[in-house]
Design a protein around this ligand. Sequence first.
Ligand code: NAP
Ligand code: MG
Length: 516
Amino acid sequence: MVHEFVNEPYSDFSLPENRKKQEEALKKASEQFDKEYPLFINGNDVKSDRTMKSMNPSHKDQVVGTFYKAGKREADMAMKAALDAFEEWRWVEPKERAIVLLKAAQIMRKRKAEVNAWLIHEVGKNWLEAEAGTSEAIDFLEFYGREMIRYSEIKGVYPFPMEYPELHYIPLGVGVVIPPWNFPVAILTGMTSAAIVTGNTVLLKPASDAPTIGYQLVEIFKEAGLPDGVLNYIPGSGSEIGDYLVQHPRNRFISFTGSKEVGLRINELAAKPSPGQIWIKRVIAEMGGKDTIIVDETADLEDAAKNVVGSAFGYQGQKCSACSRLILLDEIYDDFIDMVVEKSKKLTIGAAENPDHYMGPVVNQASEEKILSYIDIGQKEGKLILGGEKAEGNGYYIKPTIFRDIQPGARMDQEEIFGPVLSILKAKTFEEALDIANSTEFGLTGSVYSRDRYRIPVAKKKFHVGNLYINRKCTGAMVGAHPFGGFNMSGTDSKAGGEDYLALFMQAKLVSEKLI
Ligand code: NAP
Ligand code: MG
């Protein structure tokens, strides 16, 4: 028996002891910056002939870790290990697999400050964002552990005269797990642990911007007693080995979270059977967003403004769920913009390890360049009213940036920017606001701030996104309460952290014996 799932509480950093613990963990992590990390295949540390460096975006020249890089040879080794391990792991009782996740959750809980420290150093999360990320990873382990036990107890069939029908959820095989860098512990842990607890074995290729954080999970699973070969860790460049991994004939499924472009490529390549392949590969792909908050004249404007700012600029806007479009009703357009600008002006920005900074850097130079190029586009498509330039410091710092008077259909209204840039649009009616909100190819998250009892139910029905929130920010989905996944080009709507998720990693086998 396990107790019911509850979300992991956040450490309160206003308490001196918690602050001290996090400071010490940051220092301890920084003392390990010169470490070399091997690949982890079949329970062994493996070195390849090439390395890559993970950098700290808060201090451009600071190396966070050096990683041996997987090529085809290592991918093949990992595939062989995973295929061999599958022949044992697939038969392990669901409950026993669940226990490994529950133990891993316990270990991660003890190591929270350490995992937070890597999030802060490697991808520029502020303390609170790091704490939220690690807590979410713990939630995934706890939730999917319990979910596996629940699935193993589902009856799934109706009685039939003179027969004994049974339905069993069995694993798929070897899967390739490819997470993004922006939630490098939460999403990586969620995707990996779901694949493992359902009885599959895994090749985990972390994002090249965040291999050190992924390595923490490898260590945690090792300590939790996960058998060799079930989880194989193969950092490497997605553009170099991604296609090879996806097209491998023995790969049974791909669980991907990242950009639309890469997700669509994986979907296309996976659809074509490779020589020797005897199944249709399953693709779980969660992709980008162009997420919107609508505010009308009846809303609690103070609360709405605070949450628009948090949704747009929290973690520098680098969340798939980040608010990148704000649609305002005519009557409040100018006044509400003033409120948002006033609050955004107060945001502090600088090195992520300093807890006084609300905003840290964007993740790397390519991101910085992409965001700055969108700021140029914004100058042509709207009116810049805040930011629009880099901030001080030897990191990839971009000031919170706001454009008003963006028109529906403009690139700033349609394309994912993935940085601290907010486009504001005007709508004459609430219906028009919903039409604009629904007018992109994406459909991930959205929020409506309103107190109008007639409009709220209309929004609930017509705002076409996977995660819709009323009078709440559009970021910060909680495991269990807010199963997460998007519509349209935002992905396959896999609803991570929800009751449907584990089914994606299994197939149902019906067995019925005649009673004669
Ligand atoms: P990305 O560039 O698509 O990369 C995601 C992962 O794919 C990385 O591990 C990357 O490896 C790998 N990859 C790159 N090319 C590949 C290929 N040809 N084959 C196989 N794998 C390949 O995305 P990102 O920049 O990491 O993350 C940001 C994006 O993720 C945004 O679009 C955001 O909206 C989306 N996202 C969506 C969700 C959601 O739940 N819907 C959640 C978080 C983020 P390398 O790092 O080595 O290139
Ligand atoms: Mg980095």
